[in-house]
Design a protein around this ligand. Structure first.
Ligand code: ATP
Length: 586
């Protein structure tokens, strides 16, 4: 299949901001594709070659991509760099240089999707001596055969800048229409995706075996399951009301969520974002090998640093020391951890995700050999606000963030990939009148002055609007950053600078620098107010007004475990606003 078909579809997707149009274009693309390339098209459209958990990354450095472009186009490196500086978009620059290339190759071959995928895969897997030269040469070969439009998307793909603004759910919907018979089957396809986290695989299965086969997919070891998430409420009364008077309250440990997969001696650990983080926690893998008595198992736990002498839990920030490539042995020694298991999803051939919570908990307790380092989450069945309140205080005293209250109903299944009312979190911040932490996405910045000259003085932050799949600004924050944060953030954000506002960002405020939505920060706000400037939940409360967070302050927590789509949603801000009103009027 010709790569130009994909490039053409991407061009049309880029030209629209309407989700329904995007779906139509994707449906068209899928239906015009040969069966055996659909999965590759799905990955390429996500800017990937494989699902994230495989850990094969497509990216090459911008410098190298520029060199390949120089070789393929006959342009001068200095000119390419100057144009890149001017436009900030390497894809646009590639398109320009290939349109004006000095000599076109006489023997150029048509670019096929198969060849593009194969070459990118080879590049991604090459390492060691000579890898850089080899990557440059093969990529220049691809570019030489590309049309200007194809070069635009090839270049953005290899440098990790393919910003089409297509969310996974949009791809799922297009697949449902193209191969499942219509939007009605999206639920079935979504469930399959939620339990295997591999959109390409689901697409392939759908095309080859049909929707019934997709509906029959079960969880499997080493295929990470998209995590179940909790809703939030701020009073024990409301929580118990939601659960018809009774629920299971569990300590909410403040660490890193880990999904453990074990088969015999092989153990793989996945983060909340489903990246393979086994190398950061060799001690966890050992613990699992020693103390989990089952051949095959998938369970979830919160990993917390602890003081081995006192057994006390340590702050979440200490886990940052595990996020490194080298020197992990020293970090293991210096920052020991404990694992608090809270859910069991699969054991020895049995998929437990459709079983009620109590069944999963019994299975969990049945396979763990517990000690200080491997425990199950403390829990208590509660049926009165007083009991819930007391258990909450106990959790806080014990060093936890609060409670996760869980449904005890028969329908209390594990809702992979969903934030629903079967789990409700109850944290300390929600108790204080108008104080709350939220996780916001950095979408823009303003240059610093004085002490912050040369760095960013304030950041423009946004929430995620799940329905529209866009990011809406909610506040501008310049408080709570240490000097080190200012320095670190500047470095972190450089990779995500873009020349103009991102197509998925809604903002009336003009930032001085724009970023692609990527970095998520935890922010503590004093209150949510109506705002003529910020566009979060525009018109939801009052016509022509959005909502804003007043007096925002960075808490010091970088939510590297969250993707921008995991940030606080505009709907949650509306709920916070309404809650506040209630508190004021009561
Ligand atoms: P937050 O922003 O509050 O840290 P989150 O957005 O990462 O949460 P939520 O669904 O809001 O995710 O809260 C659930 C998180 O709480 C889980 O992702 C998990 O990491 C953590 N957690 C700690 N203890 C438990 C527990 N006993 N059961 C479930 N999740 C727990």
């Amino acid at each position: 299949m010709d790569y130009s078909v994909i490039a053409d579809a991407y061009g049309r997707i880029e030209a629209t901001s309407k989700r329904l149009e995007m779906i139509d274009i994707l449906v068209d693309l899928f239906m015009n594709s040969a069966k055996d390339v659909v999965s590759r098209i799905v990955y390429l459209t996500q800017g990937k070659l494989y699902p994230d958990f495989v850990g094969v990354e497509i990216g090459i450095a911008e410098k190298l991509a520029v060199k390949a472009l120089v070789r393929a186009s006959g342009g001068k490196e200095g000119d390419v760099l100057a144009d890149l500086q001017r436009t900030g978009d390497i894809g646009q620059v590639a398109e320009l240089y290939l349109a004006n290339r000095k000599q076109s190759t006489f023997f150029s071959k048509v670019l096929t999707v198969e060849r593009v995928y194969e070459v990118l895969d080879k590049m991604a897997r090459t390492s060691g001596v000579g890898a850089v030269d080899m990557k440059m040469a093969v990529f220049a070969g691809l570019l030489s055969d590309a049309s200007p439009m194809e070069a635009r998307y090839l270049m953005r793909t290899v440098t990790g800048n393919l910003r089409l603004g297509i969310a996974d759910m949009t791809v799922l919907e297009a697949l449902a229409v193209a191969f499942g018979g219509g939007r009605e089957v999206r639920g079935v396809i979504e469930r399959a995706y939620n339990i295997c986290s591999d959109l390409g695989r689901v697409a392939d299965m759908l095309v080859r075996e049909g929707v019934d086969a997709v509906g029959g997919l079960c969880v499997g070891v080493f295929e990470p399951i998209r995590p179940m998430l909790a809703e939030r409420l701020s009073s024990p009364e409301e929580i118990l009301e939601k659960f018809c008077g009774k629920c299971l309250a569990e300590y909410k440990y403040d660490g890193e969520r880990i999904q453990v997969h074990k088969q015999g001696e092989r153990v793989v650990l996945y983060s909340r974002r489903l990246e393979n983080i086994s190398s950061q926690y060799p001690d966890v893998a050992d613990l699992v090998r020693r103390q989990v008595k089952a051949g095959e198992v998938i369970f979830e736990a919160e990993c917390v640093t602890v003081d081995l002498e006192t057994g006390d839990m340590r702050p979440f920030q200490e886990l940052m020391h595990r996020r490194r490539k080298y020197g992990i042995e020293a970090a293991v020694e210096q920052y020991p951890i404990s694992l608090y298991a809270f859910d069991m999803l699969y054991v020895d051939g049995k998929d437990l995700t459709c079983e009620p919570l109590t069944v999963r908990r019994i299975a969990l307790e049945g396979v763990l050999e517990r000690n200080v380092q491997l425990q199950v989450a403390a829990q208590k069945a509660v049926c009165s606000p007083k009991e819930l309140e007391d258990f909450f205080e106990e959790a806080i005293t014990g060093g936890c963030e609060g409670l996760i209250c869980k449904s005890l109903a028969r329908e209390s299944v594990y809702q992979a990939g969903n934030r629903g009312w079967l789990w409700i979190k109850f944290k300390r911040d929600y108790k204080s009148e108008m104080t709350d932490t939220v996780d916001l996405v950095v979408v823009g910045a303003f240059h610093g002055r004085g002490k912050r000259a040369g760095a960013y003085g304030a950041l423009l932050l946004a929430v995620y609007n799940k329905e529209k799949d866009i990011f809406e600004t909610v506040t501008k924050c310049g408080t709570g950053f240490t000097d080190k944060d200012i320095e670190d953030l500047h470095a972190m954000l450089q990779k995500h600078v873009i020349p103009r506002k991102h197509s998925r960002v809604l903002s009336t405020m003009e930032a001085e620098v724009w970023f692609e939505p990527y970095i998520v920060l935890e922010i503590l706000g004093a209150e949510v107010t109506l705002s003529p400037i910020h566009v979060c939940a525009m018109d939801a409360i009052r016509k022509d007004s959005g909502l804003a967070i007043r007096f925002p302050r960075f808490t010091g927590k970088y939510r590297t475990d969250k993707s921008p789509q995991d940030a606080t949603t505009s709907k949650e801000i509306v709920e916070m606003y309404q809650k506040q009103l209630k508190q004021i009027t009561n």
